[in-house]
Design a protein around this ligand. Structure first.
Ligand SMILES: *Cc1c(COP(=O)(O)O)cnc(C)c1O
Length: 435
């Protein structure tokens, strides 16, 4: 008979605590982080270091449009990295030119400048606008309240939210904010110094608020009348997230302006690289009689890393996969279904939800004030954060937007079954807030 020997004590290595300690000691604490240490992901599933599985409805923040570890993205990265990762913008290389052609063919005749992030893409648009107005002494850019345009110095000046500006003055001059979706407010705010209007097609950080078709059409008309540039920040709402390449294309569908509406500039990033950092702005060839596409001539703007062969090869592959797999249509269909689901929740749970908003795979629900929701009232943290935390506990990753909105920014290829599974968990968590 064998002796019964007790097994060796399990060595429980708490990797989560170790990683947190490293951050605690060595990383600038500029982010409020959730209590999750991510390990790996496949498609729309992510695992943490303790082996817990989450369904990812955040996709970074609207970044991982093909999910995690997409084999063709991996292949594009590996393949291109064996050939040429980087050459400076002092040289030509085919990948940047091809990606620029792809972007342009999805918008209108124009040109593309590549950079590395959304804030930088917007910086390019600010410089373009200032160059455009320079000889006439015009420099002022109007943006919307509750907008978000990035964290650089000009980005926080452009952003219509006080919380990003506080403690960083003096602010970059030349930005003023007007209420979103209010055409008269823009008209009233235009001064002799105004050179551009910059708005998001769907406000992301401001609570998932789509621009109305009347607003967009009206802005185009107003900008034409006053020789002002109409610039769209499509960093979050662009790249097929709305169910069309650009949210304004989706918003203006069914209106007489659907073909003729062309902005003068569009900034992009987030989903464009599917997780690989790449940003860009597109600028229209000609606006108000000026050759806008060639306004930023040699020496006027640049960046070391923008538009590398690696970044452009990955971004081109993402375009290819989205189009080959018909993901634009799937975002539309599954997004419409998600809209209906969220709208039904808002109808059925008016004691918890104030509204549901969004387009395609950029949707959110707005919670009632924390004090009115039994399960949230006693904790002094924003309602959106408390719900996101509860969703984490239930195995769902989502992103707060402000203090009251929880948003869904899933991968375009998540598929109806997994999306359905995730949404039924979310519904269950929302219903449990009544207790
Ligand atoms: C995320 C975001 C930005 C900033 O992009 P970064 O890549 O973080 O610099 C700008 N505008 C909008 C609308 C965004 O959502």
């Amino acid at each position: 008979m064998k002796d019964i020997v007790p097994g060796a004590p399990a060595i429980v290595r708490n990797e989560h605590a170790e990683v947190k300690a490293l951050f605690h000691e060595h990383v600038v604490p500029s982010y409020g982080r959730f209590d999750i240490t991510a390990s790996h992901g496949v498609g729309s599933l992510v695992w943490d270091v303790s082996g817990r599985r989450y369904i990812d409805l955040g996709g970074g923040i609207a970044v991982c449009c093909l999910g995690h570890a997409h084999p063709e993205v991996t292949e594009a990265l590996a393949e291109q990295s064996r050939r040429l990762v980087h050459v400076s913008n002092l040289y030509f290389q085919s990948h940047q030119g091809q990606l620029a052609r792809t972007v342009t063919s999805h918008l209108a005749p124009g040109r593309v400048f590549f950079c590395n992030s959304g804030a930088e893409a917007n910086e390019g648009l600010y410089k373009l606008a200032r160059r455009f107005g320079h000889d006439e002494g015009r420099f002022e850019i109007l943006t919307a309240t509750h907008s978000f345009h990035g964290r650089t110095l000009a980005g926080i000046a452009a952003t219509g939210q006080d919380k990003v500006k506080q403690g960083f003055g003096p602010l970059t001059p030349g930005f003023r904010h007007v209420p979103f979706n209010d055409l008269l407010a823009v008209e009233d705010a235009i001064s002799p110094a105004t050179v551009a209007v910059l708005v998001e097609g769907i406000q992301g950080e401001g609570g998932i608020t789509p621009a109305t078709p009347e607003y967009l059409s009206g802005l185009r008309r107003l900008c034409d009348e006053r020789r002002i540039l109409l610039l769209i920040d499509a960093v979050q709402c662009g790249h097929f997230r709305s169910g069309r390449y650009q949210s304004f294309q989706r918003i203006l569908e069914g209106t007489s302006d659907k073909e003729s509406f062309v902005p003068d500039g569009v900034s992009m990033a987030k989903s464009m690289g599917g997780g690989f950092p790449i940003g860009a702005f597109w600028v229209r060839d000609k606006a108000h009689g000026v050759e806008l596409g060639t306004l930023l001539g040699p020496g006027s703007h640049g960046t070391t890393f923008g538009g590398t062969p690696l970044g452009c090869a990955v971004a081109s592959r993402i375009f290819h996969v989205i189009e080959r797999d018909g993901l634009e249509a799937r975002v539309r269909q599954d997004g419409d279904w998600m809209s209906e689901t969220l709208a039904r929740w808002a109808r059925e749970m008016p004691d918890i939800l104030r509204a549901a908003r969004g387009l395609g795979f950029m949707q959110g629900f707005e919670l009632r004030p924390r004090e009115e929701i039994p399960a949230l009232a006693s904790v002094d943290r924003p309602a959106s954060l408390q719900v996101v935390n509860r969703l984490h506990e239930a195995g769902i990753l989502t992103i707060p937007s402000g203090n009251h909105v929880v948003r869904f920014l899933p991968a375009y290829n998540i598929g109806r079954p997994l999306l359905g599974e995730a949404l039924s968990v979310v519904e269950h968590v929302l219903r449990s807030l009544r207790e």
